[in-house]
Design a protein around this ligand. Sequence first.
Ligand SMILES: Nc1ncnc2c1ncn2[C@@H]1O[C@H](COP(=O)(O)OP(=O)(O)OP(=O)(O)O)[C@@H](O)[C@H]1O
Length: 239
Amino acid sequence: MNSRAVVQLQNAGVKLGSATVLTGIDLRIAPGERVALLGSNGSGKSTLLRLLQGLLPLASGQVHRDPNSRLAMLFQRPHLLRISALNNVTLGIWLDRSLGLSWRQARERAVQALQRVGLTAVAQQGGRQLSGGQQQRLALARAWARQPDVLLLDEPTASLDPYAKREVENLIAEFAQGEALTLIWASHNLGQVKRLASRVIYLEAGRVLADLPVDVFFNASALAEHSPQAHAFVQGEIS
Ligand SMILES: Nc1ncnc2c1ncn2[C@@H]1O[C@H](COP(=O)(O)OP(=O)(O)OP(=O)(O)O)[C@@H](O)[C@H]1O
């Protein structure tokens, strides 16, 4: 068993303004895990992702990130520039000086990334002019081109139609398959969690109330025993 953690939280707490948004979070994520964050609106999923990515300071506790692991994050709505799809990816990875790529190398990698997500045909079109599903694939290409060890995704398919949802989900599954990529993502889609996750974390009011292997989480009686709150949440979602 690999004892290395890509990221670890100990008794972590986060405040936003005067509000305590995360409390007493203990979490250890090993390479290659596919961790889904579940919980109702406002339970703290996005805040936890932003904390893991290093975008938020801790109010209490500790965070350790493996210095050799590269993290990339994808948001619900992609942040794209008013330049071509190809340049959105090229610029994104060229600006990441930890990659140390020349513009030419960044462009070569961007071309490959667009091919991987099936956007070669629209490479010269404005990134913001693409459809919602294409924009999310473009953001995924930009994240993938950085060759991350850990991919953090905040409801990456939430704003997409069912077809685009499945396309983006399939790409995420492909990236995670057979590679040592660690996936951590927030989702409201239980089917997607069943399909992609190896582990499920359930949050309520900024606390982790369940942290279980996916098969245990989706076993109703086992879940009820581990966490009545998580069980009630899942029942509410599927009813
Ligand atoms: N800038 C802020 N200042 C104060 N409170 C905030 C701020 N941003 C978020 N919050 C609060 O933090 C809590 C957790 O929010 P967060 O966005 O992490 O939840 P979430 O589980 O991702 O929700 P959703 O499913 O709706 O995306 C919520 O109660 C929210 O109102």
